[in-house]
Design a binder for this molecule. Structure first.
Ligand SMILES: Cc1cc2nc3c(=O)[nH]c(=O)nc-3n(C[C@H](O)[C@H](O)[C@H](O)COP(=O)(O)O)c2cc1C
Length: 207
């Protein structure tokens, strides 16, 4: 009897399924009040779920839920405990995934500060895992993606080539109501295909 069977009384088949399930976190990379990120992340989750990828679980991870302090900033005694708990929760959550889809807006031609700060807390939790990007901005958030690729390289996260790039001008009404054009679905499928296949390959590297 294997480890999972002893713990949960599962059959070998179920045990294998647990081991095989690929967990992908869809990270909402903006904490701004009134952010567009939430609608884009929900679209991404919905789109991913509709693909019915076998043994793949997609889940939203909302950066705004964690209230992470600025890395290294001195904190009051009261804020210290809360901050440490937030960092622990964030790190532990990110460690549970095999891959990530970063929903990343572009701020001043780069990734937003909140996401950069959150990534700076991670290392072993994300190493040898895979990432895809869904972005938005005047040019589809591509400069945020390119910036993220540099950061993720240092964290040893393998980022896939194809990204989804929503335009603030044509995929949003008044730059705030998300109305994505259908043609983005091709890139969304391409990105997810590669996140899943690379995700499985990298899983064997870590097991
Ligand atoms: C400080 C700031 C800088 C921005 N810089 C850029 C930029 O360089 N390129 C771009 O395409 N959009 C830029 N934008 C527009 C944002 O991408 C847009 O507001 C987007 O909705 C932000 O994501 P969020 O709503 O999820 O927070 C900027 C917005 C702010 C507030």
């Amino acid at each position: 009897m294997g480890f999972f069977s002893k713990l949960f009384g599962k059959s070998t088949e179920e045990e294998q399924k647990v081991a095989d399930t690929l967990k992908v976190g869809i990270v909402i990379g903006s904490v701004r009040g009134g952010r567009n990120a939430e609608a884009v992340a929900n679209w991404t989750l919905d789109f991913a779920n509709k693909r019915n990828d076998e043994n793949v679980e997609y889940e939203i991870v909302d950066l705004a839920d964690y209230h992470l302090p600025l890395l290294g900033a001195p904190l009051s005694e009261a804020a210290q405990a809360e901050g440490e708990q937030a960092i622990k929760d964030w790190s532990e959550k990110m460690a549970t995934y095999d891959g990530y889809i970063f929903v990343a807006p572009e701020y001043n031609h780069a990734v937003g500060g909140a996401l950069k700060n959150a990534l700076d807390y991670l290392k072993a939790e994300v190493a040898n895992k895979v990432a895809g990007f869904v972005g938005y901005g005047s040019l589809g958030g591509v400069r945020a993606h390119e910036n993220l690729r540099l950061i993720l390289g240092e964290l040893q996260v393998a980022d896939v080539r194809t990204a989804v790039t929503f335009s603030l001008m044509t995929d949003f009404e008044n730059m705030s109501e998300f109305k994505p054009a259908d043609h983005h679905e091709a890139n969304a499928n391409g990105m997810l295909d590669q996140v899943v296949s690379w995700g499985r390959a990298f899983k064997t590297l870590r097991d």
